[in-house]
Design a protein around this ligand. Structure first.
Ligand SMILES: O=C(O)CCC(=O)C(=O)O
Length: 261
């Protein structure tokens, strides 16, 4: 099962390195993205509605979007995309200076209209048990995602400011509340994405998304890659706890498949 993925251009790679994010139009072609969308809709339908009040009762992340973590392990088509050689090559080129990458996680994200709120501005890396921050996420639109459906926004260049702390631990800990100076950085323009377009962000880039103001769900697939040479720090993290990883050793485990260009 193959998914065709296009190569990022040198300009796109340069833009990512400067800004910490980039838009990749048509990363996946219309036929493949239609097949992925069909899987996503079937998965979301089978999972069923969360029920009245469930979103409000959930964690701060649950209030922003629904997740099906590790969808690539249970669905071969999403798995094939995460493991596509061109995805690995793109991740290696975008991250710059890494020899190979491992998949950290795949995820199917749903932001329901009128149900989920905005995704507060945050960095991804502060939770991670890796000893280095070379990590990025491809966020692939599975449906057309006009800006007011909740495509991501990024603070350009924020990836150069190091670790800014965790968000989603309590109300009011979004990055702008913690670091008002971030407003001095340029905010990326609202992105109107077509199905098959992706945005990519570095794990240190501050990003968020508005609520979905349309009348259908925002459906997207994400895959996060990190430097294959990163060492496990032992920081408690639900995904890695109990896997038997050794502190100060690479993530050599089937949960973190390695892609070498
Ligand atoms: O889709 C969203 O609203 C947020 C996703 C996100 O923060 C991420 O993929 O890192």
């Amino acid at each position: 099962m193959d998914i065709a993925v296009r190569q990022a251009t040198d300009d796109e790679v340069g833009f990512f390195q400067e800004h910490g994010w980039v838009r990749l139009p048509g990363l996946v072609g219309p036929g493949d993205v239609a097949a992925l969308r069909e899987r996503a809709v079937a998965h979301v339908t089978a999972r069923g509605a969360a029920g009245p009040g469930a979103v409000e009762r959930g964690t701060l992340v649950d209030r922003a979007f629904g997740q099906s973590r590790d969808i690539g392990e249970s669905d071969e088509l999403f798995g094939a995309l995460a493991l596509a050689a061109e995805m690995g090559r793109n991740a290696v080129r975008l991250l710059h200076g890494v020899r190979a990458v491992r998949v950290q996680v795949t995820n199917l994200l749903v932001k329901e209209a009128g149900e989920h709120g905005a995704t507060e501005f945050h960095q991804d890396f502060p939770w991670m048990p890796m000893d280095r921050s070379a990590m990025l996420t491809f966020w692939l639109a599975l449906v057309d995602v006009p800006a007011d459906m909740g495509s991501l926004r990024f603070y350009s260049g924020s990836h150069r400011h190091g670790l800014l702390g965790r968000s989603f631990t309590r109300v009011g800990d979004d990055q702008l509340s913690q670091h008002p100076w971030l407003k001095e950085l340029e905010l990326s323009p609202p992105l109107d994405l077509r199905a098959g377009d992706a945005s990519v962000h570095h794990a240190l880039t501050v990003h968020g998304a508005p609520a979905n103001r349309r009348d259908s769900p925002r459906l997207s697939f994400t895959v996060t890659y990190f430097d294959a040479d990163a060492l496990y720090t032992g920081t408690p993290y639900r995904q890695t706890d109990g896997l038997g990883l050794e502190v100060n050793r690479p993530f050599e485990h089937p949960r973190f498949p390695c892609l070498r260009p």
